[in-house]
Design a protein around this ligand. Structure first.
Ligand SMILES: Cc1ncc(COP(=O)(O)O)c(C=O)c1O
Length: 339
């Protein structure tokens, strides 16, 4: 296959050479198989198609200056995929199988890992779904686990840049006792009306509030929220948001810089007291927020209006990216260097 220009990638899907597939049947997982096809043959009554028995993960492989490929905290993605599977009654993917499949997918496609210094990475997408046929609403007895990879460009091509976001009051992504803490496809389907409305309004993302009271910040589309106040890094505690691995890491980095990490409910009104705010996740690491608009309440919260991210945001961002690229020592033990 013709090799894509790995120095000039956008953030989207590009075919690579191989993907890995495993099948769960009769209570057992098969050994990982290598496939060159981008397609799957799927039963028309598979529970993944009808009842949303589907979960996925997203992580990245980074090329270091030393020519070595590094994975960031893949063990946390393995754990989260187990939680997601349990949350919607699917067979869990054991940690070792998860590891073997992602490592094999990266190794077989290592010529697609973008070069050091481009900001581009190899995105790894593990995917688990119910593949057995059921017509009544019940969990499948068969599952398929696939890992594919695709090279992705830097989220911000012209460098990290603050964006505007909109508080969404007329769509809930997840209910407090629902599936918001799991990385299941249904949550993303539920978020699309809000995301499209936000983008049509000229905003980069929608900010969801807690579904019960509409008083507290939940998440920024597919990313966690944080605010900076004095020496505090404050991020929402909620039972309807995904526990972001980037956010967990930023809290640790903030602590190592002498800041205090606070995970607690954040009332919407508190937005006016932050000096900086941002959204964090694997895709962009940090998306700094310039303005949060709350159209229903006629409120605007402003942060970095000079078009530049705030100083704390930049410090956190630079440190995490340096660790991921292997430019700084891995003092937290987050990176796995692939042999
Ligand atoms: C809903 C949601 N919240 C937060 C995140 C950020 O999580 P992470 O930092 O693990 O990528 C993601 C992306 O995975 C997400 O989809």
């Amino acid at each position: 296959m013709e090799q894509p220009d790995l120095k000039n990638l956008h953030f989207g899907y590009i075919k690579t050479d191989y993907n890995i597939r495993c099948y769960y049947k009769n209570g057992k997982w098969s050994k990982p198989e290598v496939s060159t096809s981008e397609y799957i043959d799927i039963h028309i009554a598979a529970t993944g198609l009808h009842y949303g028995q589907e979960a996925f993960e997203g992580l990245k492989a980074y090329m270091g200056k030393d020519g070595k490929i590094r994975l960031f905290r893949w063990q946390e993605n393995a754990k989260r995929m187990i939680l997601s599977a349990e949350g919607i009654k699917m067979a869990v993917v054991p940690g070792k199988l998860f590891r073997d499949a992602i490592f094999q997918a990266v190794k077989l496609n290592k010529h697609f890992v973008p070069p050091y210094g481009t900001g581009a990475t190899l995105y790894i997408r593990p995917l688990l779904f119910g593949s057995g046929a059921e017509v009544g609403v019940k969990p499948s007895s068969e599952y398929t686990f696939i890992v594919f990879v695709t090279p992705v460009g830097p989220y911000f091509k012209e460098g990290i840049k603050p964006v505007d976001m909109m508080i969404c009051r007329d769509v809930d992504r997840a209910a407090p006792l629902g599936t918001g803490t799991f990385k299941v496809g249904g949550n993303y389907a539920a978020s699309l009306r809000a995301l499209i409305a936000a983008r049509e309004g000229g905003y980069s993302s929608a900010i969801f509030l807690d579904a019960r009271e509409k008083k507290y910040i939940d998440e920024c589309g597919p990313a966690n929220f944080y605010g900076i106040k004095g020496d505090k890094y404050i991020t929402p505690k909620s039972n309807s948001i995904l526990n972001s691995i980037t956010n967990m890491s930023l809290i640790d980095i903030a602590a190592s810089m002498g800041m205090k990490g606070e995970r607690r409910r954040i009332p919407v009104g508190e937005l006016s007291t932050f000096s900086e705010a941002g959204a964090c996740g694997t895709a962009a690491v940090i998306t700094p927020i310039a303005r949060i608009v709350d159209p229903d309440k006629n409120m605007v919260y402003e942060y970095c209006t000079d078009g530049k991210p705030g100083p704390v945001t930049m410090k956190l961002y630079n440190k995490l990216v340096a660790i991921q690229n292997g430019d700084e020592p891995d003092e937290f033990g987050w990176m796995t260097v692939m042999e």
